[in-house]
Design a protein around this ligand. Structure first.
Ligand code: XUL
Ligand code: CO
Length: 442
C-alpha cells in the first residue's frame, strides 16, 4: 500500500510503518505484523483484516465528563462543514495508508457533521461518499462496515428504533437509510447495528415487549431495504449490556442469538463482538467468541480492552498477549470471521496528545494480534491442546456414551449403567497444564 495524502500532509515526520522484526528498536515499526507472512495457510493480512475506527481516531477529541477536549486536530479548522469533513477524510486516509490498515469503519456522522435537516444531511453524506470513493480508489483501502449513529442526538434520548415516540423512530429510519446507501456506494462489506439507546433506564416507564418487537421490525425493514438496493454483505449486531442505557436489549452474544432466532433474522445477521462489552457483561471475551462460533454467528470483532479497576467502557488499545492468544485460538479454530475483521474500536488516552500517539496505539494493537496469531497457530500445530480437550469427551465416542448422544438410551438405561459400573474414575481437567501452553508458545 502506498501513502495517500491530500493537498496537505497532516502527520508530518511519520512515514509508512513497516515490519522491521523482533530486534528493531524503532517504536514506529512492526515487530510481529508482517502483512504478507503466511501463517496457517493465509497471510496475516487475510487472517486479521484490520480496520481503523473513524470515530475514535479522527473525531474523539479526548473530552470526558469532567473536562474539555485535549486533542486539537489540524483537520478540524475550516468553517464550512463539508470542507472540514474533506480535510478530515484526507487526514484519515493518510493515517490509514501510513499504518498499512486494509480497512476502515464509520458512523454517518463521523464522516460529516449533521444538522436537523434530513435532506441536507443526505446531501452532505453523499458529497463525502463521492470523495471517499476517490480516496478508496487511490489507496486500495476498503470499507469493512458502515453504521448510523442513532444514539448521540438528543432526539434519541428515549431510544432510536425502540423509542416510544414513532416520530423519533422515523428519524432513526432516515439516518439508517442514508447510512446503508453510503455503505453500498462505498462497497462496504458489512453493515453494523449497535443499539446504544435500544434499552431502558427504568422498567417503570417501559413496555419492554413492545420495544423489542419494534427493534426487530426495524431491523427487518432496514435489511429488506438494503437487500433491495443490492447489498450482499452481512448485517452485524454488536452486543453490549449497558452504557449509555441501564439495560441494553442486545445484552450479550447469547441474548442476541436468541433474539435473532425469535424474530427470524438468522441468515442475514451475525455478531460483531467487542472485548470491553464482554467485560461489562461479566463474561470473558473468549466466552463471547465461543458462543458466537457455536451458533455459527461469528461475524466480526471490535478490538479493545477495559480496565481491571474501572467498571465502564474505557476502549483502550489491546496489549495483553496471553489474552489475545486465547482469542486467536478460538478464531483460528473457527476458520476466521464471516465477512468481518478486527476493528480497533479503541481510543488513545485523554493525555496522549502527540500525533505519534495514534500510531503507537495501532502499532501495539496490530503487533499483539499478529503475535497471538503465531502463538495460537503453534499451539494448534505443535502441542497436544486439541487432543487433550477432545480426550476429555472420549467416553462419548463409543459404547453407551455414543448411544446416549444418538438418543438411543432411556433414563432407565442410564440408571442401569450407573448401577452396574459403580463409581466413575476421577479424571483431571488439566486446567493449569493447558494454561501453561500459552506461556510455552509465546
Ligand atoms: C460503543 C461502540 C460503538 C459501536 C458502533 O460502545 O462500541 O462505537 O462499535 O456504533
Ligand atoms: Co464497538
Amino acid at each position: 500500500m502506498s501513502v495517500v495524502t491530500g493537498e496537505k500532509e497532516f502527520f508530518t515526520g511519520i512515514n509508512q510503518i513497516k515490519y522491521e522484526g523482533r530486534e528493531s528498536d524503532n517504536p514506529l515499526a512492526f515487530r510481529w505484523y508482517e502483512a504478507d507472512k503466511v501463517v496457517a495457510g493465509k497471510t496475516m493480512k487475510e487472517h486479521l483484516r484490520f480496520a481503523c475506527a473513524y470515530w475514535h481516531s479522527f473525531n474523539g477529541n479526548g473530552a470526558d465528563p469532567f473536562g474539555a477536549a485535549t486533542h486539537v486536530f489540524p483537520w478540524d479548522v475550516k468553517s464550512d462543514a463539508v470542507e472540514r469533513a474533506k480535510d478530515k477524510m484526507d487526514a484519515s486516509f493518510e493515517f490509514i495508508t501510513k499504518m498499512d490498515l486494509p480497512y476502515y469503519c464509520f458512523h454517518d456522522i463521523d464522516l460529516v457533521d449533521y444538522t436537523n435537516d434530513v435532506s441536507d444531511n443526505e446531501k452532505r453524506l453523499h458529497t463525502l461518499v463521492e470523495y471517499g470513493k476517490q480516496k478508496q480508489a487511490e489507496s486500495g483501502v476498503k470499507l469493512l462496515w458502515g453504521t448510523a449513529n442513532v444514539f448521540s442526538h438528543s432526539r434519541y434520548m428515549n431510544g432510536a428504533s425502540t423509542n416510544p415516540d414513532f416520530h423519533a423512530l422515523a428519524h432513526a429510519g432516515a439516518q439508517v437509510k442514508s447510512a446503508i446507501d453510503a455503505t453500498i456506494a462505498l462497497k462496504g462489506e458489512n453493515y453494523v447495528f449497535w443499539g446504544g439507546r435500544e434499552g431502558y433506564m427504568s422498567l417503570l416507564n417501559t413496555d419492554m415487549k413492545r420495544e423489542q418487537d419494534h427493534l426487530a421490525k426495524f431491523l427487518h425493514t432496514a435489511k429488506d431495504y438494503a437487500r433491495k438496493q443490492g447489498f450482499k454483505g452481512t448485517f452485524f449486531i454488536e452486543p453490549k449490556p449497558c452504557e449509555p442505557t441501564k439495560h441494553q436489549y442486545d445484552y450479550d452474544a447469547a441474548t442476541v442469538c436468541g433474539f435473532l432466532q425469535k424474530y427470524d433474522l438468522l441468515g442475514d445477521f451475525k455478531l460483531n463482538l467487542e472485548v470491553n462489552h464482554a467485560t461489562l457483561a461479566g463474561h470473558t471475551f473468549q466466552h463471547e467468541l465461543q458462543v458466537a462460533v457455536d451458533n455459527g454467528l461469528l461475524g466480526s470483532m471490535d478490538a479493545n480492552r477495559g480496565d481491571m479497576q474501572n467498571g465502564w467502557d474505557t476502549d483502550q488499545f489491546p496489549n495483553d498477549v496471553m489474552e489475545v492468544a486465547e482469542y486467536m485460538l478460538i478464531i483460528l479454530q473457527a476458520g476466521g470471521f464471516a465477512g468481518g475483521g478486527i476493528n480497533f474500536d479503541a481510543k488513545i488516552r485523554r493525555n496522549s496528545t502527540d500525533p505519534s500517539d495514534l500510531f503507537y496505539a495501532h502499532v501495539g494493537g496490530m503487533d499483539v494480534f499478529a503475535r497471538a496469531l503465531i502463538i495460537a497457530d503453534n499451539i494448534l500445530q505443535k502441542s497436544d491442546y486439541k487432543k487433550t480437550r477432545a480426550d476429555r469427551y472420549n467416553s462419548f465416542d463409543s459404547g453407551a456414551g455414543r448411544e446416549f448422544e444418538n438418543g438411543k438410551l432411556s433414563l432407565k438405561d442410564l440408571r442401569d449403567y450407573a448401577a452396574s459400573k459403580g463409581e466413575p474414575a476421577r479424571t483431571s481437567g488439566k486446567q493449569e497444564y493447558l494454561e501453561n501452553l500459552i506461556n510455552r508458545y509465546i
